[in-house]
Design a protein around this ligand. Structure first.
Ligand code: IVH
Length: 670
């Protein structure tokens, strides 16, 4: 078998394994074996750019290239459904259908209503060619590259599967609970705003400019409507079964009902059991099954007369508000928290709920001793949604209206509120204990210095014992300071000191992230480190110089600039440096300085090395990889099939294109 045949074979096999793993949940090979096949494919593809295929299984890993979304007009408008929360409306719907069909028998297809965002997929000759968001119903965004990273969306359907030559299939893109929880945990660790529910997270993700980000976030998709000329006479239920045979993920919980009672059985069952599903649902959808009957019933201006959505009511509990406390984070942001009598809600006991900020506290008009309503709808985080004002009369325990704190509950400093921000802050960043401790906790966290022998409890303990006030103090700790008076914690003390010693090898970009500069997450820290290469250069940078870094705008530049001019921060950085923590990018990896200070855009496909190898080469020779062309770009490493918009932009800005061969000559790597 030659390499071309092997590529085609690998693609076919990997498509099949993807389907078995993600759709059927029944893999037949190990993850390791799968990865090995994928590696082989990617290496062969790098050697054969002429065989590039936009639907190769290798596109699942996504790309960092920025996708500006094109607008696409929907072949048929993407309508929404009439919504109801009432069982009486479901009965009325059933009656209307019965009357509309003049007493003829009919079936209702009962489905789960998935809570994500709708997507329209187009297939031609078994291949995914287009994926469009709902948009305004008439025109949506072309998010094909992002959708390709969703593993349950087939890029290519198996030969002989029997699908029509050309068809459209619609469904819902979702973020499964597990992915959602992991994403929010990561965001919490970075003190970034949390996504309120999986729907918002899925929609934010699908519209991301980088398909590599989408690939990491692990979205899922369920398909629920199929359109093709050949299928015009096939009932809806059978169409979904056919789609499942072709390789799509459809819900396994679809039922046909022949009476209102059967519909209510379905509703009642899923109202109870939907929490056991891996994805969020917010109701059920009822659709007349027969296409001729659907047509006879027709549409209103906004939605079909043959379908309706019954939405589950958000679960709500009523409980007593005992106290409002104020929590101070490492950035000094102060969050009001309601402390309530414990109450059972949607499977968990709720005692606390964030009140977010002063505006929300005010709009709720809370009094201590109030009976409040707590809800957990799509939001897994409980929210206070209102007050039972009628219960105030005769409530002898009713206290004063809740006032937002004026001073920091931890250190007493008067709080400040910056223009345009909803949060209050404690400005005493260099003395306020939770801020000091929070910054140390951030410093040791996994994505930062990764000192896992220390945790929040040990940080708290050392802090209370006066051993540390900032991260630099950690490096002065000695075994004898840490163990108990009788040396009883000797082993763990030794392990802490060893781990700290080891952390001195953590690369500069993570040290920079570990410092906890506001708005500087992992990605920005990496860009800053690669651009300036040392703390010394970063400290010398003007605000304008900071703005030249990829991904750095006014807010980040302002924050970095101010941080590096604060005396306490400078002092800490100098003590960290003296302790031996990395303050520059390791130079020894550099193969040469030939591309020193040059920003390079890599575009197209290559024959001698893969794209990633070229990116590594650029860095190894002191250059920087940037995603998009600007006037600061030194040159474009241009391979085959470079995008026309890039070419145009390069021409406009007069940026030279360098071929693969010339590039290797520049590096002396020929
Ligand atoms: S059918 C004309 N089926 O709910 C029929 N929609 O309010 C159009 N949805 O925009 C939709 N699960 O995003 C249908 N099983 C399901 C669904 C579903 C969720 C969403 C979809 C639609 C919205 C309707």
């Amino acid at each position: 078998m030659n390499e071309t045949q092997r590529i085609l074979q690998l693609r076919k096999e990997l498509h099949e394994h993807n389907h078995r793993y993600y759709v059927e949940n029944a893999p037949v090979i190990s993850d390791q074996a799968f990865d090995a096949l994928m590696d082989e494919l990617m290496q062969l593809e790098a050697r054969h750019p002429e065989l590039a295929d936009p639907n190769s299984p290798s596109v699942r890993v996504g790309s960092d290239l920025s996708h500006e979304f094109n607008q696409v007009v929907h072949a048929r408008p993407m309508l929404s459904l009439g919504n109801t929360y009432s069982r009486a409306d479901v009965e009325a719907f059933y009656q209307r259908v019965a009357e509309g069909l003049g007493g003829a028998p009919f079936e209702i297809c009962c489905e789960l209503k998935f809570d994500g965002l709708s997507i329209s997929l187009h297939y031609e000759h078994r291949r995914l060619v287009l994926a469009v968001t709902r948009g305004d119903g008439a025109v949506g965004d072309d998010v094909t590259e992002n959708v390709k990273t969703i593993r349950t969306v087939p890029l290519e359907l198996p030969e002989g599967c029997g699908c029509p030559e050309s068809f459209e299939i619609r469904g819902e893109v979702l973020m499964p609970w597990a992915s959602f929880e992991r994403l929010n945990a990561e965001r919490e660790a970075r003190e970034e705003p949390l996504f309120a529910n999986p729907r918002n997270a899925a929609s934010g993700t699908l519209k991301s400019k980088s398909s590599a980000v989408v690939a990491q976030r692990r979205l899922d998709a369920y398909l629920y409507q199929v359109y093709a000329d050949e299928l015009a006479a096939l009932p809806h239920f059978e169409r979904l079964q056919a789609a499942r045979r072709w390789g799509f993920q459809t819900s396994g919980h679809i039922r046909l009902a022949r009476s209102v009672d059967e519909i209510f059985d379905y509703i009642d069952y899923w109202d109870q059991h939907r929490r056991e599903l891996p994805v969020a649902t917010d109701g059920i959808v009822l659709k007349v099954n027969d296409p001729a009957q659907q047509q006879a019933l027709g549409f209103t201006a906004k939605s079909p007369r043959w379908a309706i959505a019954y939405k589950f009511k958000a679960e709500r509990a009523r409980t007593l508000l005992r106290e409002v406390t104020f929590q101070v984070g490492r950035t000094g942001a102060v969050t009001p928290v309601a402390n309530m009598d414990p109450v059972q809600l949607a499977g968990t006991v709720v005692r606390r709920a964030s009140l977010h900020n002063a505006d929300i506290v005010r709009s709720l008009d809370l009094h201590l001793g109030d009976y409040v309503y707590v809800e957990k709808a799509g939001e897994i985080i409980p929210q206070i949604v209102g007050v039972d004002t009628e219960a105030r009369a005769g409530n002898v325990a009713l206290g004063a209206p809740v006032q937002f704190a004026t001073h920091c509950p931890e250190c007493g400093a008067p709080l400040v509120r910056y223009p345009g921000e909803a949060a209050h802050y404690c400005p005493a960043s260099s003395t306020c204990p939770p801020q000091l401790k929070g910054r140390i906790e951030h410093f040791i966290s996994r994505d930062a210095m990764n000192i896992d022998t220390l945790g929040p409890e040990t940080v708290d303990d050392y802090f209370e014992r006066g051993l540390i006030r900032d991260a630099a103090d950690l490096y002065r700790l000695r075994v004898e300071d840490l163990c108990g008076p009788d040396g009883n914690r000797l082993r763990s003390a030794q392990r802490v000191v060893e781990a700290l010693e080891e952390s001195k090898g953590v690369p500069f970009e993570r040290v920079l992230y570990a410092l906890g500069i506001r708005f500087v997450g992992k990605v920005v820290a990496k860009s800053l480190a690669r651009h300036f290469r040392s703390m010394q250069a970063l400290r010398a940078a003007t605000a304008e110089a900071l703005l030249e870094v990829e991904g750095v705008g006014d807010t980040i530049a302002g924050s970095v600039y101010a941080f590096l001019r604060d005396e306490a921060n400078i002092d800490q950085i100098e003590r960290l440096a003296a302790a031996g923590v990395q303050m520059e990018v390791e130079q020894k990896a550099l193969a040469s300085q030939r591309l020193e200070g040059q920003s390079v855009v890599v575009s197209g496909t290559f024959s001698r090395h893969s794209r990633d190898e070229y990116k590594q080469l650029i860095e190894a020779h002191g250059g920087k990889n940037v995603g998009s062309i600007s006037k600061k770009t030194a040159f474009i490493l241009a391979g085959e099939a470079m995008g026309p918009s890039k070419r145009e932009k390069a021409e406009k800005l007069g940026i030279p294109l360098v071929s693969e061969e010339d590039f290797l000559k520049i590096l002396g790597e020929e």
